[in-house]
Design a protein around this ligand. Structure first.
Ligand SMILES: Cc1ncc(C[n+]2csc(CCOP(=O)(O)OP(=O)(O)O)c2C)c(N)n1
Ligand SMILES: [Mg+2]
Length: 591
């Protein structure tokens, strides 16, 4: 039996489980693991500038492609605590990442050693498994279980904490005969599919709500197949955006309080039946449950049994992997179609399409300073269906969901539930590592950008080119807007007179100088007609230099973006589109 250090066994298992990349920050307590990566030679390591950055890179890497598992590595103490936000964000969105941390030697765990913190306890509520491995011979089993758990049921993160002496201890282990554990996923039965379709058949105005579970199951194709077979329109959630292309006739808009379309909410309110697949009835999607549920029958399909009934009791619940459920729904629906037992839904689908065509928000403004709506119009012109957008939080993200177009799963990569500021830059780097040839476009406000802009140096060092649209209103815009309810504008200003850059006229941080200082390229735009040429120029710079390129758009400081407290009372702050000229890149043009 081969004899090796635990860390050598761990790295061999990573390889056998399909891992070839790790994002991390070394430190003394994790150096044995780094020595094993070095000896193995098959794991590419991306050196983050902040351990939280490494955790979000791992998330971006996982979210970019089916089957990927991002790995982040750090030392003992603060490295693990820095990863906590990434573990939260990953767990909240059902994203598997593996966090590996160093730890003080076993005998010293209780002695308040330097950088010895009980990271397993801290991370436990966020993870499917968080454990300090105390016995060397348990290390292979811990890694094997980690991958099994991350992939089974509702996917999610795992933290493995490795004491220094455990890392170095020798064990007997045979990498050649190592085998990943089988993955457990519940599957809907024919009887369950038939029952769901019976309920749907009894309705007149049915919808499918398509959640991120469909992305995780890599089942967007099956979703579109089922929708087309039934003729039933689809409302994707924010995490499910892209499961049906925006220009598909059955994509009838997103519903919700913020990241939603006017036509999506109107269609949800008009519906009498909802089949939710791989979604979790997020509160920013539903708003108040009285309005959302009123007069509607709900079927809920989720891979995790405890999700059924968590937010509200559905009329019928099915525990199933989204892909497995879609497959059996298609099977039963096809048989019913053959027997002439499917209703014709075309009149209802046409009503939904009419709303999509007519209920547009205006994007075409010529104002200087630039109104944010115009930025998305120009982005729609500049970026094609292959574009993979990465965004997180803020007015910029909300407006992006209202105005941009997404055409495929994993083309809108977003920290949906946690919304941690700073996520966008490192997540975009993770996407670039996973898909080096992709057109990756990150989008942030100025504050999200400032949270973790140091990670741009990682893009410069490792040649990870993405285009970053930085919309600068010199405000914590979303919080400024929500402070309207308190009649205040308090602690939300980012503006100051920059003594080094008077040309910024009080907009504070000189992002261009920072970006260039980090080894990346930057362009700054003040006028709406300059946005598109800048985006085109940025694409050239990306190709030429293979480093992140940021286009900073100086915005009007105060622009409120449509949002509300219920899906039937979303407040519009701007004029609506009256003709195609008001919304020239809208997905379904007005007449
Ligand atoms: C770690 C963290 N702290 C605070 C918040 C609350 N928050 C949400 S959006 C926002 C302001 C975002 O400002 P910016 O990135 O400039 O975007 P804008 O809304 O101006 O477009 C804040 C503070 C958060 N999401 N995450
Ligand atoms: Mg801002």
């Amino acid at each position: 039996m081969p004899r090796m250090r635990c860390v050598d066994a761990a790295v061999a298992i990573l390889e056998r489980e399909g891992v070839d990349t790790a994002f991390g920050v070394p430190g003394a307590a994790i150096n044995p693991f780094y020595s094993a990566m070095r000896a193995h030679g098959g794991i590419r390591h991306i050196l983050a500038r902040h351990v939280e950055g490494a955790s979000h890179m791992a998330e971006g890497y996982t979210r970019a492609a089916a089957g990927n598992i991002g790995v982040c590595v750090g030392t003992s103490g603060p490295a693990g605590t820095d990863m906590i936000t990434g573990l939260y964000s990953a767990g909240a969105d059902s994203i598997p990442i593996l966090a590996i941390t160093g730890q003080a030697p076993v005998a010293r765990l209780h002695k308040e050693d330097f950088q010895a913190v009980d990271i397993a306890s801290i991370a436990a509520p966020l993870c499917k498994l968080a454990t300090t491995v105390l016995e060397p011979a348990q290390v292979p089993g811990a890694f094997q279980l980690a991958f099994h758990l991350m992939r089974s049921g509702r996917p999610g993160p795992v933290l493995l904490d490795l004491p220094f002496d455990v890392q170095l201890a020798e064990i007997d282990f045979d990498p050649d005969t190592y085998e990943p554990m089988p993955v457990d996923k519940p599957r809907a039965t024919r009887a369950q599919a038939a029952k769901a379709l019976d309920l749907l058949e009894r309705s007149e105005r049915p919808l499918i709500v398509a959640g991120g579970g469909i992305v995780n199951a890599d089942a967007a194709g099956l979703l579109v197949e089922l929708a087309e077979l039934l003729g039933v329109p689809v409302v994707p959630t924010l995490m499910g955006w892209g499961t049906i292309p925006d220009d598909h006739p059955l994509m009838v808009g997103m519903a919700g309080l913020q990241t939603s379309h006017r036509y999506g909410n109107a269609t949800m309110l008009a519906a009498d039946f909802v089949l939710g697949i791989g979604n979790r009835w997020a509160n920013r999607h539903t708003g108040g449950l009285d309005v959302y549920r009123s007069g509607r029958t709900f079927v809920h399909v989720d891979i995790e049994p405890t999700q059924i009934g968590r937010v509200f009791p559905p009329d019928y619940g099915i525990v199933s992997d989204a892909g497995a459920a879609l497959a059996v729904l298609i099977e039963v629906a096809r048989e019913r179609q053959g027997a002439g037992r499917l209703s014709d839904r075309s009149a209802w689908a046409q009503q939904c399409r009419d709303r999509k065509r007519t209920m547009q928000r205006r994007t075409h403004f010529d104002d200087v300073p630039i109104k944010p709506q115009r930025v998305y119009e120009e982005m729609n012109k500049a970026f094609g269906p292959e574009t993979r957008y990465v965004s997180t939080i803020g007015l910029s993200q909300i407006a992006a969901a209202q105005f941009l177009h997404v055409y495929g799963p994993r083309h809108w990569i977003n920290a949906g539930q946690a919304g941690p500021l700073g996520w966008t830059v490192p997540a975009a780097l993770g996407v670039c590592v996973a898909d080096p040839e992709a057109t990756v476009v990150a989008l942030t406000g100025d504050y999200d950008f400032q949270f973790m802009m140091e990670e741009l140096a990682v893009g410069a060092q490792f040649n990870l080119p993405f285009l970053h649209v930085l919309v600068n209103n010199s405000y914590l815009g979303l919080i400024r807007q929500s402070q309207r309810g308190f009649d205040m504008d308090y602690c939300v200003q980012l503006s100051f007179d920059n003594v080094n850059s008077p040309e910024l006229n009080g907009y504070g941080v000189d992002h261009v100088k920072v970006i260039e200082g980090l080894g990346c390229k930057a362009l700054r735009v003040f006028e709406p007609d300059a946005i598109l040429p800048a985006l085109q120029q940025a694409r050239k710079l990306l190709a030429e230099h293979r480093v992140p390129v940021v286009v900073e758009v100086i915005l009007e400081r105060v622009t409120d973006i449509a949002m509300g407290t219920e899906i039937d009372n979303v407040v519009e702050f701007e004029e609506l589109a009256r003709s195609a000229a008001d919304a020239p890149t809208a997905i379904a043009l007005l007449d």
